[in-house]
Design a protein around this ligand. Structure first.
Ligand code: GAP
Length: 482
């Protein structure tokens, strides 16, 4: 429950100041819980997305990727259960008219109890909340809010309505003529695009069970309590993989994917103790087992990824609603069946937030002679938006020309950044702030002996190397650290 809100606010400001993440349509005062990725944020996000895609599709022979449309036939959402079940219990404050998700209201209260040193009371409240939600006992939840004297942060009163369900899907109209228009939904998860294409992929790819289908894409949810930066947004990106298996083998594959996914996260250079599993007590409408991988964000341990054993729920329902057979013939057991599914579902934006939270460091570099400090993003080199900064010491004496030859040679291999302006110290600090792992400086000695200085972001160590070896040195470093 420990949270470090000062550090969190510093990361949010840093993201804005250095071109990672901006509030959406900020010139119009922004749009709540919607964010835009800037020049460096979009590079970082792409590097994470590409790494996930490669790990799923290139490094697993039996997993292929697809890119399904965001708009889907509306019956998809009836079959998937989202129209009937994809809702959160909410409560309104009658005075302020503000609506809250009840679990968030109770969690925030538990957090306040924890800060006040009442950890046992906080834990008991969280346990009780979880049990009541699992039992859908909304009357008791309302009582719990009242007995804890929880107040609305706007009106300051405890004048609450009953707890009600609120569907999280956004809808819109397909078709221009009102009478012909159909209500359709912006997908709340990418998974359904995989399920409806299960047979297309299986048949066209002659896939044999067990096999997986991966997808990365936007999802939309009308989150009521939308806060905490890119942790909870109304438009976000998911990286999901559905793994189709023989019924009865779900326990074994569930464990397999829990291990694989923790391994993937720790390979980003994050210590394993910063993760924990949280088993779901209240299972989603499609699952027979489910857990979250939680990461220790500056706002405390929170969900990063879900691993769900989805049984044959989705394919069976799509078969029923579409009247198309969703069966697979398994030659090994000589049987037709609807496959079971293990799903791994990680938020790309939450992964970006985790990587930034882990990388952000404020370092005091003061010496007896001088006060100094820096803010540095110690990103893994393979995720850094810029790999190499190329910095001529001055704008004259032929140094830019030499720097340009390095730029020409390296830029087709990895992302480079060229800059002449300001002192070299200021330029190093700017590169530290966006997480650039290597800088090369071209100085007057470079003209004499064809060498440059390479500076390493984390140690700030500087080495003199031949100009000709810059590209290979950076490529070697990128490879050994990937
Ligand atoms: N297909 C299963 C599914 O969608 P989920 O637990 O609802 O499961 C999976 O979502 C992941 O998507 C979460 O673990 C989280 O990382 C991300 N996610 C969900 N809602 C989000 C939101 N409002 N903003 C950012 N990421 C979100």
């Amino acid at each position: 429950m420990a949270s470090d809100s000062k550090r969190f606010q510093a990361i949010i400001s840093h993201c804005k100041e250095y071109g990672f993440i901006f509030p959406s349509s900020e010139i119009y005062d922004g749009l709540s819980a919607v964010y835009d990725y800037g020049q460096w944020g979009s590079e970082l996000k792409k590097n994470i997305r590409d790494r996930w895609w490669k790990s799923m599709t290139q490094l697993h022979e039996n997993i292929v990727g697809i890119d399904a449309a965001i708009f889907m036939h509306p019956t998809t959402w009836k079959a998937s259960g989202h129209i009937d079940n994809f809702s959160d219990p909410m409560i309104d404050n009658r005075d302020s008219k503000k609506r809250y998700r009840v679990d968030h209201l109770l969690e925030a209260h538990a957090e306040a109890l924890g800060i006040a040193g009442k950890n046992d009371e906080a834990d008991a409240l969280l346990k009780k909340t979880e049990a009541l939600l699992a039992a859908n006992d909304y009357e008791a939840i309302k009582k719990l809010i009242e007995t804890n004297k929880i107040e609305c942060s706007v009106s300051g009163t405890s004048n609450w309505t009953d707890v009600r369900q609120f569907n999280l899907m956004f809808s819109t109209q397909l078709g221009s003529v009102a009478e012909e228009a159909n209500e359709i939904y912006l997908r709340p998860e990418t998974a359904q695009g995989i399920f409806v294409n299960f047979l297309n992929v299986q048949k066209s790819g002659r896939m044999k069970i067990p096999f997986g289908i991966a997808q990365v894409g936007k999802a939309f949810r009308n989150e009521i309590v939308a806060r905490q930066f890119i942790f909870r947004m109304r438009e976000f990106e998911q990286m999901e993989m559905q793994f189709f298996i023989r019924p009865g083998s779900q326990k074994e594959w569930y464990e397999f994917w829990k291990n694989e996914r923790i391994k993937w996260h720790t390979e980003l250079g994050i210590p394993v103790e910063k993760f924990r599993f949280h088993d779901h007590v209240k299972l989603a409408h499609y699952a027979d087992a489910a857990c979250d991988i939680e990461y220790d964000f500056p706002i405390g341990f929170k969900e990063l990824e879900g691993i769900h054993s989805r049984t044959d729920f989705d394919l069976k329902n799509h078969q029923e609603f579409s009247k198309k057979k969703m069966q697979y013939f398994d030659p090994e057991v000589n049987q037709n069946y609807i496959p079971f599914v293990i799903e791994t579902s990680v938020g790309l934006d939450r992964t970006v937030m985790m990587v930034l939270s882990e990388a952000y460091q404020e370092e005091n570099l003061s010496t007896a002679e001088k006060q100094d400090s820096r803010v540095v993003l110690k990103l893994p080199a393979f995720l850094a938006p810029v790999k190499l900064a190329i910095l001529p010491l001055t704008k004259k004496d032929g140094l830019p020309e030499i720097a340009r030859t390095i730029m020409e040679k390296c830029r087709s291999k990895f992302r480079c950044f060229y800059e002449e302006k300001d002192t070299i110290g200021k330029r190093y600090r700017r590169m530290d702030a966006i997480g650039t792992p290597f800088c090369v400086t071209i100085d007057h000695q470079s003209k004499e002996d064809d060498t440059v200085t390479i500076r390493f972001r984390d140690s700030m160590k500087q080495d003199r190397i031949p100009l000709q070896s810059v590209m290979n040195t950076v490529e070697r470093e990128l490879q050994t650290n990937s």
